[in-house]
Design a protein around this ligand. Structure first.
Ligand SMILES: [Zn+2]
Length: 391
């Protein structure tokens, strides 16, 4: 048993810091949290020296096997698979070191993400906990087809979803529209149809798994929402009607504001393919406007980065919090998106996302209050997984 003392507890609801609490952790879970907690003589006492304690952060959208180089998919195709996997291991370690204790990997090649997930569970790698999507399901020639499972028509979509479930994925990822990183497809164009997506969602939900859709254009987003998807990833072209549909159904938005930002920031001069830079430039303003529309209307938002896309580096994930704040969100809400938002979307809120008695003791230590200045979150001093200090 561990007893954490002398810290300020960050209150997710109010953004205030609360003094004079003690946290008791037993068998990796928060056993008691409060002012009048008696510390058993046998407990190991940990003095946190007046620092601030928050729950471990959650990134709901990464690609651990993409290396955030100028053209990650090309690298992935050309290099030996062992190199890809070892780079992913390093990327995950970096992600953990900045306070992200849980990630959702939304697709990679050859089910390697499932192996990484299992390696984390078995203590083989230093990594955030992972939920993984395996092969993203896309139409023939659709967004991400080079590493995805191409599927066409209702029967094939059902089969493709079942294949992912058989492989052991935690979440089924479906492509509702084109995107930035695949040459020749348009972010605004719908791809898989509503009927196709509906059967994939049905199969996932029957198996108790969540679904996520890459969805950028309005029609494709609406198709995915009507098909029953749990989260819209990117959501670049939202309008009032679409936002209302999302609120009605409780559909999450995972904005990934940093993804086009880094592509435009580094650009062709740093080797990003021209088609990607041009598309990112075209969508970046709509992306920010859609985020603001959704946020003001009250759409549920979870923090996600798309880390692994060009110059969207693993270990820089929390930059997304700063982007969300720049786009109008309060720091307090941004932290909620990266904790309780993520845990609700991933369906792990019974065990993760907040510092509550009974939950797993994943937490981070910073100096100061991130609700006053979001950049406080950039200086993570300690990271705990199940009460064990990992950073
Ligand atoms: Zn992605």
């Amino acid at each position: 048993m561990q007893a954490y003392k002398n810290f300020k507890l960050y209150n997710l609801e109010s953004g205030d810091l609360v003094d004079n609490h003690v946290i008791l952790v037993e068998d990796g879970r928060f056993k008691k949290i409060g002012r009048d907690v008696e510390v058993p003589a046998a407990a190991e006492e940990i003095d946190l020296q007046g620092k601030t304690v928050l729950p471990g952060l959650i990134d709901a959208h990464i690609h651990s096997l993409s290396d955030a180089s100028a053209n990650p998919h090309q690298n992935m195709e050309e290099e030996n698979d062992a190199v890809t996997i070892l780079k992913a291991q390093k990327s995950l370690r970096k992600t953990l070191s900045i306070g992200i204790t849980y990630v959702r990997d939304l697709g990679g090649p050859n089910y390697y993400d499932l192996g990484l997930r299992d390696a984390e569970i078995n203590g083989i790698i230093q990594s955030p906990r992972l939920q993984v999507a395996g092969k993203m399901i896309t139409m023939t020639g659709g967004h991400g087809y080079r590493i995805g499972r191409e599927a066409d028509g209702v029967a094939d979509l059902r089969k493709a979803a079942r294949e992912q479930l058989r492989a052991g994925v935690d979440v089924v990822k479906i492509m509702a529209t084109g995107g930035v990183m695949t040459e020749g497809v348009e972010p605004g164009s719908p791809q898989l149809t509503e009927a196709e997506m509906r059967v994939a969602v049905e199969e996932a939900h029957k198996a108790g798994r969540k679904t996520a859709s890459h969805a950028q254009g309005t029609i494709g987003i609406q198709n995915a929402v009507r098909a029953g998807i749990d989260s819209i990833e990117h959501g670049i072209f939202l309008d009032d009607e679409t936002v209302a549909m999302m609120i009605e159904r409780g559909t999450f938005l995972v904005p990934t504001l940093v993804a086009p930002y880094w592509i435009v920031e580094y650009g062709v001069e740093n080797g990003v393919p021209k088609y990607a830079v041009e598309k990112a430039k075209r969508v970046i303003d709509s992306h920010l406007a859609s985020f603001e529309l959704a946020r003001k209307a009250g759409v549920k938002i979870a923090m996600g980065t798309d880390a692994g896309t060009p110059f969207n580096k693993h270990g820089k994930n929390t930059y997304e919090l700063k982007k969300m704040v720049e786009a109008g969100m309060s720091p307090k809400e941004a932290i909620q998106a990266a904790t309780t938002g993520g845990s609700e979307l991933l369906g792990i809120d019974d065990n993760y996302g907040s510092i509550v008695e009974g939950k797993v003791a994943d937490m981070v230590v910073v100096a100061g209050n991130p609700a006053n200045n979001i950049e406080v979150i950039f200086n993570i001093e300690q990271v705990y997984k199940a009460g064990n200090k990992v950073v």
